[in-house]
Design a protein around this ligand. Structure first.
Ligand code: ZN
Length: 148
């Protein structure tokens, strides 16, 4: 097993890129479509591409489970977007619309929204319910990752 390189799915074309972790900070681009692997904002994940980022990627995934009718979710949305710019490229941020993606919401037993779930290689490291500010999201995620 090659432990030097990380597997990193491209958000654009879905190609699995192999990347030494030290190259994360060098604005890496996809080897296939040449788009930047990090663009400073959360991905919108569906059942079709969730596992690629949650299970097959070596990069920790921070998911915001939300719904369009949820006031606190909409309040938190710009904070989560800003947190993506702060936390990338150490983790990938993504949003799952629980109204549209009911299977994913059920799989993670989401009972209240917004709920943040931090996942690495398919394993849940931490979760947190309720709206947070950008600073709180960044602090919580870093703490959760370092304690894992
Ligand atoms: Zn690509």
């Amino acid at each position: 097993m090659n432990t030097a390189a990380w597997l990193l799915p491209c958000p654009g074309c879905a190609a699995m890129n192999r990347l030494p972790p030290e190259r994360l900070d060098q604005a890496p681009r996809c080897g296939r479509c040449h788009q930047p692997l990090f663009q400073g904002y959360p991905l919108a994940l569906t059942t079709g591409d969730f596992d690629r980022h949650a299970l097959r990627s070596d990069l920790p995934l921070l998911v915001d489970f939300w719904a369009p009718w949820c006031g606190p979710c909409l309040t938190m949305a710009p904070h989560f977007e800003a947190a993506a710019a702060a936390l990338e490229p150490r983790m990938r941020l993504a949003k799952v619309d629980t109204e549209a993606e009911t299977a994913l919401a059920a799989r993670y037993g989401i009972r209240s929204i917004p709920t943040l779930v931090l996942i690495r290689s398919g394993r849940e490291l931490a979760r947190q319910s309720g709206a947070l500010t950008c600073e709180q999201i960044v602090a919580w995620a870093r703490q959760a990752l370092s304690g894992a």
